[in-house]
Design a protein around this ligand. Structure first.
Ligand code: NAI
Ligand code: MG
Length: 479
């Protein structure tokens, strides 16, 4: 088969309109402050390794100051009417839309994701979460009839690097709508959009201390979770750190929600619309370089259509463009960090050692920066590590099945339970599978669809608690 190639001209998004400060402080009590720790660290562009800026590393005194500010602000914020709180949240949403281009460029520069994704998905969805929760702020008693919803107090929120702005929105918007105040920490490799959000929040005139945004790595995160002030811990990230946070919550008698890893099954039946399913497989695993907790990283193909699906999938993979995240043609951007690239490359070796057959298109990749070609493993066994462990990269493990019961057993045979995909022409099969699969979200004939009205969260080692929708309010209320 001759390889079809696209010879597209470069289509770079402009960076000229984006201002990045040389150095950022901590956003505490409505102002940017120098860290009392005196320490800073670099954030780089993973597509070329260049330094973008340096950000403060919050130490214990800084973490104390942030919680003190949030604690002090709580009385005033929670006493405001829901309608007043809603106005502020709505204003933040509008300002995010106004600055959407700037936010998208920052997100792609700092984290490596294709500009097309940050522009069309991350930023609009983040604003949509603020809009959605602005609408709930004055309707909490209707969401929970015959109960008296009250805010929890101060929330400590820790978010990862795969959807930096969107995860900030998932955490901040419902907390504010319910009358809580927050201290939030973005991940150390992707702090810039959260700091831009801090500027937006200041400009929106949100009362001082209602949202505090502090930067730092795991040590700062641990200071937050072990702090006595917060009544609520909210975390998205690795299962390993999630377990530490759960322990801290139990010890401190705090409410907790955990959104952790995943190893989702994407299931293709022989009666599925195959071309659409192939697009769904591509989107499921290669969206955001596979740095997606709900990525469809295990593919199950019914034996009768296996050859057709794999041939079409390889052909589609051959046409994916890997490279500059700032180019509007790019499908797969940079791997977020050298550390994550090492993890992914380790799993590529493990897959080969386990006897699976690896396929990668021979596409060009830039000479500098962190890159991984889209990868497929065939002849994978259920017990293989590449079929059991979260890789968090553009790596798909393919297995086959004959019957519906067999695929249900295989799909559920994982420590995780966050999401799944089902591709079939038969509604009855969809209903059977959505009941039988232990996954918080099951997509049917589509994949990776998100909406603020829809709750999201997992079973088993994928964590617990739901974010989004009405369910997302409950995590920030007491009755
Ligand atoms: P991580 O869980 O260490 O990082 C997530 C956040 O937790 C960051 O803000 C980090 O600073 C913070 N953190 C780290 N250690 C902490 C601690 N002891 N206490 C409190 N906060 C702490 O994830 P990492 O190391 O960047 O990635 C490792 C693996 O985790 C990935 O390969 C992937 O499998 C998984 N992961 C899953 C995510 C998801 O969305 N479910 C997101 C990020 C990573
Ligand atoms: Mg960075």
């Amino acid at each position: 088969m001759t390889k079809m190639t696209w010879d597209l001209s470069e289509a770079p998004e402009s960076k000229a309109h984006v201002q990045i400060a040389e150095r950022y402080g901590l956003f505490i009590d409505g102002e940017f402050r120098k860290p009392q720790s005196g320490m800073y660290f670099d954030t780089t562009n993973p597509a070329n390794g260049t330094k973008l800026s340096e950000v403060a590393e919050a130490g214990q005194a800084d973490v104390d100051a942030a919680f003190e500010a949030a604690d002090k602000a709580f009385a005033g914020w929670s006493a405001l009417s829901g309608a007043e709180r809603g106005k502020y949240i709505y204003r933040i949403a509008r300002m995010m839309q106004e600055k959407s281009r700037e936010l998208a460029v920052l997100e792609s520069l700092d984290g490596g994701k294709p500009i097309r994704e940050s522009r069309d998905i991350d930023v609009p969805l983040a604003a949509a979460h603020f809009f959605y929760y602005a609408g709930w702020a004055d309707k909490l008693e209707y969401a929970f009839p015959n109960r008296t919803p009250r805010p929890l107090g101060v929330a400590a929120q820790i978010i990862p690097w795969n959807f930096p702005l969107l995860m900030a929105a998932w955490k901040i918007a419902p907390a504010l709508a319910c009358g809580n105040t927050v201290v939030i920490k973005p991940a150390e490799t992707t702090p810039l959009t959260a700091l831009k959000l801090a500027e937006i929040i200041r400009e929106a005139g949100l009362p001082n201390g209602v949202v505090n945004i502090i930067t730092g790595a795991g040590a700062t995160g641990a200071m937050m979770t072990n702090h006595e002030v917060p009544n609520k811990l909210a975390f998205t990230g690795s299962t390993q750190v999630g377990k530490l946070i759960y322990k801290a919550a139990l010890k401190g008698n705090k409410k907790v929600t955990l959104e952790l890893g995943g190893k989702a099954a994407n299931i293709i039946f022989d009666d599925a619309p195959i071309d659409a399913a192939v697009e769904g497989i591509i989107n499921g695993i290669y969206f955001n370089q596979g740095h997606v907790c709900c990525a469809g990283s295990r593919l199950f193909v019914q034996e009768t259509v296996y050859d057709e699906v794999i041939a079409k999938l390889k052909k589609r993979m051959d046409n994916l463009i890997v490279g500059d995240p700032m180019d509007k043609n790019t499908d797969i951007g940079a791997i977020n960090s050298q550390g994550q690239l090492n993890t992914i490359e380790k799993y590529l070796e493990i897959g080969k050692e386990e006897g699976a057959e690896m396929y990668q298109p021979d596409c060009d990749i830039p000479s500098e920066g962190n890159w991984c070609r889209p990868t497929l493993f065939l002849n994978v066994a259920q017990s293989n590590r590449i079929a059991q462990e979260e890789i968090f990269g553009p790596v798909l493990a393919v297995q086959t099945f004959r019957t519906i019961d067999e695929v249900i057993d295989k799909a559920n045979n994982t420590p995780y339970g966050l999401s799944a995909g089902v591709w079939t022409d038969k509604g009855s099969k969809i209903f059977q599978l959505t009941k039988a699969l232990k996954a918080g979200v099951v997509w049917a004939n589509t994949y990776n669809k998100f909406d603020p009205t829809s709750p999201f969260g997992g079973y088993k080692e994928s964590g617990f608690g739901r974010e989004g929708g009405m369910h997302g309010l409950e995590a920030y209320l007491t009755f």
